[in-house]
Design a protein around this ligand. Structure first.
Ligand SMILES: CCCCCCCCCCCC(=O)SCCNC(=O)CCNC(=O)[C@H](O)C(C)(C)COP(=O)(O)OP(=O)(O)OC[C@H]1O[C@@H](n2cnc3c(N)ncnc32)[C@H](O)[C@@H]1OP(=O)(O)O
Length: 177
């Protein structure tokens, strides 16, 4: 079920962490993916392939495209107000994606069973109804915020804990902060 306090359909979600490689605005090397809440348990997102994302000449690296899918699927957590990490990500690369392309991503939750959140996503070239270039099925596993405190490097954890904006974003994920 979409959480009662989930962002409204159409609302931009913003980054869950400023240094995130997928969505962080403070991360110069990242994808700067912008995700928006959809209806029900769905998300849309956009990401424009830059020269630093190449694998083959003029084409996006497959790992970068998988990152864009992973980040979009992870954004579904905002709607559930659950903190979850990727346990499994199965990706199909259907068409090459040239540099300069804006990839239009769409993701939805397909099932929730205990801590397991199943979801699926597509990335389309140039427009929300453009040709499918990539798709993925994922399993996210719910974790407590301690997952990051226990495993993250000390200096980034301390910086995040001292940042009131980061605490606010963490609370937006959690039903029981
Ligand atoms: C502050 C705001 C931040 C918000 C942060 C948001 C970040 C979003 C970023 C984008 C998303 C990412 O890239 S996240 C980063 C990449 N992912 C990770 O680093 C995760 C690394 N893996 C782990 O830490 C761990 O393996 C976990 C937490 C995923 C699971 O470990 P666990 O907690 O011990 O749970 P475990 O008992 O093993 O598994 C629970 C259930 O899930 C199933 N399960 C677990 N893994 C798998 C798997 N790969 N494939 C199939 N099934 C699996 C198990 O069979 C079990 O099913 P059953 O027996 O119950 O039926």
């Amino acid at each position: 079920m979409r959480h009662a306090d989930a962002p409204a359909p159409g609302e931009l979600l913003g980054a869950h962490y400023g240094q995130c490689f997928g969505c962080g605005g403070e991360q110069p090397h990242g994808l700067h993916l912008a995700a928006r809440a959809g209806e029900g348990l769905s998300i849309t997102a956009e990401f424009t392939v830059r020269p630093e994302h190449q694998g083959a000449p003029g084409l996006a690296h497959g790992g970068v495209l998988a990152t864009a899918l992973d980040e979009t699927l992870g954004s579904l957590n905002w709607l559930l107000r659950t903190i979850a990490v990727t346990g499994r990500l199965e990706t199909d690369f259907v068409r090459p994606v040239p540099v300069g392309t804006t990839l239009h991503l769409a993701a939805e939750v397909t099932a929730v069973a205990g801590r397991k959140i199943y979801s699926t996503a597509t990335g389309r070239i140039g427009a929300p109804d453009g040709p499918v270039a990539v798709r993925a099925d994922a399993l996210f596993i719910e974790v407590k915020v301690d997952h990051f405190i226990d495993h993250g490097r000390e200096e980034e954890i301390q910086a995040a804990m001292n940042d009131p904006d980061q605490i606010r974003r963490a609370r937006a994920f959690e039903v029981n902060p």
